[in-house]
Design a protein around this ligand. Structure first.
Ligand code: 0X9
Ligand code: ZN
Length: 255
């Protein structure tokens, strides 16, 4: 279309089920365009959207059938030390200080893979992003903790426009809170998660110049709600979709 592209990546971690649900809600809501919804019309008239609702399909198939708390993809490994080990953390496989921090062995939940972009799911996202001549924003949706994470997660360095990113993210947090009163804190992974992690998709998009604006959401529940955790009750799916519709609207029109 020639309009600026907003890329939304959901479901890269197989146990974070609210992420694909919120993206499907968003797609449904933006299609109210045909019913003359003002925000939907403004968004679709001004931007082009790429939404990947399930970025880790094999992982989701496994988490819904066998192990609800599975995180990685389902790649199998046969190399030495990793015989019969399964899965790469796709949010450790991108080219952003790959495998330098926040990763584990092949049997761990945070295995970064044999090399950068070893995994088809990560390659697929890279190819789609690079099929455009630069994208306007990259948004990655995870759970949980109620955060809007700003770049970078691999250390204390920040992009040159970090003040702009933080101010837009603060606006998106306020818009979210106005719907159901939920508080989403804004900050980097180092500031909010108390850990650093390399190889994340949104960091790759920002660091490699694919986009000047990238953030990662950690959706409901709050970080202290570890009993609920990844298993968010179904009656919170629609409220999550509603607050994220307003938050993403604010983020997109102000970024
Ligand atoms: O560790 C992760 O991959 C994310 N947290 S989660 O609990 N959903 O696994 C945080 C990723 C932060 N990385 C970037 N913002 N790049
Ligand atoms: Zn995640």
């Amino acid at each position: 279309s020639g309009r600026p592209v907003v890329f939304m990546e959901c479901g890269i971690h197989a146990r974070e089920w609210i992420s694909p649900a919120v993206c499907l809600y968003w797609i449904d809501r933006v299609n109210q365009y045909s019913k003359n919804d003002a925000k939907a019309r403004e968004l679709l008239d001004s931007y082009e959207f790429v939404v990947v609702p399930v970025s880790n399909p094999d992982g989701y198939e496994y988490s819904r059938g066998s192990n609800r708390l599975w995180r990685k993809n389902r790649q199998t490994f046969t190399h030495s030390g990793c015989t019969s080990s399964i899965g790469v953390d796709l949010n450790r496989n991108f080219d952003s200080a790959w495998n330098t921090v926040g990763t584990g062995t092949c049997r761990s939940d945070t295995y970064a893979g044999t090399e950068v972009f070893s995994e088809n799911e990560a390659k697929g996202i890279r190819e789609k992003v690079q099929s455009y001549n630069g994208i306007s924003a990259y948004v990655s949706l995870h759970s949980y903790s109620q955060y809007i994470l700003t770049p970078y997660a691999f250390g204390s360095s920040v992009p040159g426009n970090i003040n702009h990113i933080k101010s837009v993210a603060n606006g998106a947090s306020n818009a979210l809170a106005s719907v159901h009163g939920r508080n989403f804190q804004v900050g980097s992974a180092g500031e909010l998660l108390n850990y650093n992690a390399a190889g994340g998709s949104s960091d790759w998009a920002q660091l490699r110049g694919e986009t000047p604006f990238s953030v990662t959401y950690e959706l409901r529940p709050s970080s202290s709600d570890y009993l609920t955790g990844f298993q968010l009750p179904a009656n919170q799916i629609i409220p999550s979709g509603e607050e994220m519709w307003e938050s993403l609207y604010a983020l997109i029109v102000n970024h």
